[in-house]
Design a protein around this ligand. Structure first.
Ligand code: NAD
Ligand code: GDD
Length: 339
């Protein structure tokens, strides 16, 4: 039986990955600094180790001799509010880089069969994402580098770290640049949530006088990939022999106001979008509106060429499932407060 280690498996993507690999009959060990909030551990793994991967002794313990595959998903990360205000830059860079430095070396020492590293579309240069209608996120556009966040710079550094271990120590690596992955069992409140979950929550809460607050002018664009297709794409990449960074995302680009309207339409509620930006945002929150790049879309030509598969599920299908799950969480929270 293949032995799999998922680092960061107490989080959104790692939890879903564990569920899929366990179902397929593999032995799955997870390590995360916290337990999974939404999955039973028996659903996603055989062993769950609570530990801090910035500590090399934890990484030594978790990655044993004889491990076939390591999926490195642990990172200090979040949505726009977490990565674009600048308030967490030092922690994000220190924590994520330390985890990656520990993990890459340990994988070589323990002769791990293959390693997956989760990079991000945030590593692409800001200057290619200024036009919301025509962003360029082709893999070949990565250099000269100019990410718009320290989170993106750390991802770029760690891509290069894993590639260096591949060149110098023959570590067999696969690297994906994820473009905004969403779905149930992900962060939906608390400040680390990304726009799809945030829009679903705001619509489900409906506590703003019939208005849904959307940051910025709402014309900024993104694409969103549903979690099941993300997991399929990761496993197919692992089975391929392509070792260089490649996008995993959807090419269905929408504006953030279109995303918000989609959540409203799914709910069938009578709600309006209220865009909040500039001085008005500052007056309410006391910091600059966290916007990130003006436009971003996945570019999937390289993945199709090298892996031979493509994602195809329309955004609306994933948003329907996500809205359903997030509205259940909102209801549960309300019931818990009223007890
Ligand atoms: P997540 O925050 O839900 O999962 C990351 C997990 O890492 C968390 O459970 C967290 O507790 C764990 N972690 C953080 N620091 C740790 C430490 N010191 N020791 C042990 N565990 C630690 O995020 P996710 O959405 O599942 O993302 C997984 C990976 O994919 C991350 O590397 C992220 O940067 C990358 N990524 C995600 C997206 C997305 O849209 N979800 C987009 C681009 C890249
Ligand atoms: N999170 C959030 N919440 N974003 C909002 C909201 C809201 O209520 N209202 C509007 N937005 C806007 C943000 O200002 C930003 O312009 C856009 O929606 C997208 O925000 P996010 O979904 O939070 O993040 P992102 O797409 O900029 O970056 C995410 O994707 C990257 C990969 O593509 C993050 O999750 C990164 O960590 C990730 O690497």
């Amino acid at each position: 039986m293949k032995k799999i280690v998922i680092l960061g498996g107490g989080g959104f993507i790692g939890g879903h990955l564990g569920k899929r690999l366990k179902k397929e009959g593999y032995h799955v060990r997870i390590c995360d600094i916290k337990k999974h909030e939404y999955f039973q551990h028996s659903e996603i793994c055989d062993e769950f180790i609570v530990g801090d991967l910035t500590d090399p002794s934890v990484v030594k313990l978790v990655i044993e001799d004889g491990v076939d595959e390591v999926y490195q998903l642990a990172a200090d990360m979040g949505g726009a509010l977490y990565i674009f205000t600048g308030q967490h830059d030092a922690d994000v860079m220190h924590n994520s880089a330390t985890i990656n430095l520990n993990v890459a070396r340990e994988c070589v020492l323990k002769k791990v069969g293959k390693v997956f590293y989760s990079s991000s579309a945030c590593m692409y240069p800001e200057h290619n994402q200024l036009d919301p209608d025509n962003p360029n996120c082709e893999e070949s556009s990565a250099y000269p580098a100019n990410p718009d966040s320290e989170y993106g710079w750390e991802k770029l550094f760690s891509e290069r770290l894993f590639l260096s271990y591949n060149r110098n120590y023959n570590l067999d690596v696969r690297i994906a640049r994820f473009h905004n992955i969403f779905g149930p069992q992900g962060t939906w409140e608390g400040g680390k949530e990304k726009s799809p979950a945030a829009m679903c929550r705001k619509v489900a809460e409906e506590n703003n006088n019939g208005n849904i607050e959307v940051w910025g002018n709402g014309k900024q664009t993104r694409s969103f990939l549903y979690i099941d297709e993300c997991i399929e794409a990761v496993l197919r990449l692992m089975d391929s022999d392509f070792k260089y960074p490649v996008n995993i995302g959807s090419e269905e680009m929408v504006s953030i106001n279109e995303l918000a309207q989609m959540a409203i339409d799914i709910s069938q509620k009578e709600l309006s979008i209220m865009n909040l930006e500039g001085e008005e945002f500052y007056a309410k929150y006391g910091f600059k509106c966290p916007l990130g790049v003006k436009g971003r879309n996945s570019h999937n030509k390289l993945y199709k060429e090298k892996v031979g598969w493509e994602v195809s599920q329309p955004l609306i299908i994933g948003m329907q499932k996500t809205y359903q799950w997030v509205s259940e969480q909102v209801l549960k929270r309300k019931e818990a407060i009223s007890i």
